[in-house]
Write a protein that binds this ligand. Structure first.
Ligand code: HEC
Length: 110
C-alpha cells in the first residue's frame, strides 16, 4: 500500500513538473519564430506596428496584460496605430507559439 502511495505521489510530482515546463513561455523559441514570422512589420514599424525593443511603444500595450495582447495577436486587432493581422497572417502558428513570441516581444520591450 505504501508503495502504491509513493508511486502515485511520484507520478503526481512528475506531472506537476511537466505542466510547469509546458506553461512557461519559451522566449528562445519565441525569438526564432519572431524573426521568421513577425519581424517584417515589428522590426521596422511597418503599418504602425510597435517596434521590437521600443519601450515607449510597448509600455501601454504591456500595461493591458499579457493575456490581452496575446489574444490580440492570435485574433487580430485594429488599434490606434494600425492593423495587426490575426497571427501575423501565418495561420499555421499555434496559439502557444504566438504566446512564446509575444513573451519574447514583451521581454524586449520592458
Ligand atoms: C503586416 C504587419 C504585421 C505583422 C506581419 C505582424 N504584426 Fe503585430 N502588429 C501590427 C500592427 C500594425 C500593430 C499595431 C496595431 C495597433 O495597435 O494599432 C501590431 C500589434 C501587435 C501587438 C500588440 C497588440 C496590442 O494589444 O497592443 C502584438 C502583441 C503583436 N502585434 C504581435 C505580433 C506577432 C506575434 C506577429 C507574428 C506572428 C505579428 N505581430 C506580426 C502589424 C503586424
Amino acid at each position: 500500500m505504501s508503495r502504491f502511495i509513493s508511486t502515485a505521489l511520484c507520478a503526481l510530482f512528475l506531472c506537476l513538473i511537466c505542466s510547469t515546463v509546458a506553461s512557461a513561455a519559451d522566449t528562445a523559441a519565441g525569438k526564432t519564430l519572431f524573426e521568421a514570422n513577425c519581424s517584417a512589420c515589428h522590426k521596422t514599424g511597418l503599418g504602425g506596428a510597435p517596434k521590437l525593443g521600443d519601450k515607449a511603444a510597448w509600455a501601454p500595450r504591456i500595461a493591458q496584460g499579457t493575456d490581452t495582447i496575446v489574444k490580440h495577436a492570435v485574433e487580430g486587432f485594429d488599434g490606434a496605430t494600425g492593423s495587426m493581422p490575426a497571427k501575423g497572417g501565418v495561420m499555421t502558428l499555434t496559439d502557444a507559439q504566438i504566446g512564446d513570441i509575444v513573451s519574447y516581444m514583451v521581454e524586449q520591450g520592458k
